[in-house]
Design a protein around this ligand. Structure first.
Ligand SMILES: [Zn+2]
Length: 307
């Protein structure tokens, strides 16, 4: 994809030097729009920045003069920073990442992967470099296709997959990254394009079952466990209604599953969504709720495998 030509067809592009932390400035509203690009960017960062600026021009609702520091995005609206400026930045990053690594190409690479291991991740990042993507642009693209719970860090930037807790506002310090990764189930570190990448699988400790045996030895169906939890937490009169609400949350999470999420990931996302619901969150304190989460998640995985 010749991003530079695409941009110069639509805008007046100039390279300039400046001292402040900014990769580019796009002035929308003039015809043609003007784009100032920092002249000392590395080739890959420049490529991503040009695609990002092109996004501001093509996305018709973007307005004003935007100073861009190409950093991080989340695909989870509820964790995003408020404000028009950051929404525009997130959209432009997402657009740029889709231009450089189209979903159709990327999903072919990831569709057969159900568990992401170190070697798989390295191969994917290497393939993304072949598409001339910087490490940061690569993790943004990859995060769209990863199972919930994945967090990837490159220097002060990061990208997280859907359903993953937000690590903080970028630029993020090394200390904050380390503190965040303390809650990870596994952490991998590797060098890619000369930069250190941390990759964590984030499943909150609070939702790990005490042991698999607790789940297997419990002979109740998921629904029976849920009703028991609801009865204890909300009282007998509301138990059925609350159980239905929780079923609704599970349905909402699993409806958009188009790939093989593992049971832990499903449990983690349902846990996150329930936590966000003021009317349901108190059920998380019931010790059996974890058993319900895993029984239900396992049932979904089994059902999907037989479909
Ligand atoms: Zn921007």
């Amino acid at each position: 994809m010749d991003v530079k030509s695409l941009l110069t067809e639509r805008a007046q592009v100039e390279y300039a030097d400046w001292s402040h932390q900014c990769d580019a400035v796009t002035v929308l509203g003039s015809e043609p729009p003007r784009v100032f690009v920092r002249s000392d960017l590395s080739p890959l960062r420049e490529r991503f920045t040009l695609a990002h600026e092109w996004a501001h021009i093509e996305l018709a609702w973007h307005v004003g003069s935007v100073g861009c520091h190409v950093d991080s995005v989340s695909h989870e609206e509820e964790y995003s920073i408020d404000g028009l400026g950051s929404a525009q930045e997130r959209e432009a990053n997402e657009f740029a990442s889709r231009v450089l690594a189209p979903d159709r190409w990327l999903s072919r690479l990831t569709s057969e992967v159900s568990v992401f291991e170190r070697a798989t991740m390295k191969t994917l990042l290497d393939t993304l470099s072949e598409a001339e993507m910087s490490a940061h642009a690569g993790i943004i693209a990859l995060s769209r296709h990863l199972l919930p719970g994945h967090a990837l860090f490159v220097d002060e930037s990061f990208a997280i997959s859907q359903g993953t807790s937000w690590p903080g506002s970028p630029p993020i310090s090394r200390t904050s990254v380390e503190r965040y990764l303390e809650n990870a189930v596994t952490v991998e570190e590797f060098t890619h394009q000369g930069r250190n990448i941390f990759w964590g699988l984030m499943i909150p400790q609070s939702i790990l079952p005490a042991s698999d045996r607790d789940i297997e030895s419990d002979s109740r169906t998921p629904h029976e466990v849920l009703i028991d939890c609801c009865t204890r937490t909300f009282g007998e009169d509301s138990a059925n209604a609350k159980a239905m609400s929780i079923n609704g949350v599970v349905g909402g999470v699993t409806r958009d599953l188009d790939r093989g999420w593992h049971a832990e990931a499903i449990a983690a996302v349902v846990h996150d969504r329930v936590k966000a619901r003021a009317d349901l969150a108190s059920i998380l304190e019931d010790p059996d709720f974890i058993i319900y989460l895993y029984k239900k998640a396992n049932a979904i995985v089994v059902k999907r495998a037989s479909a």
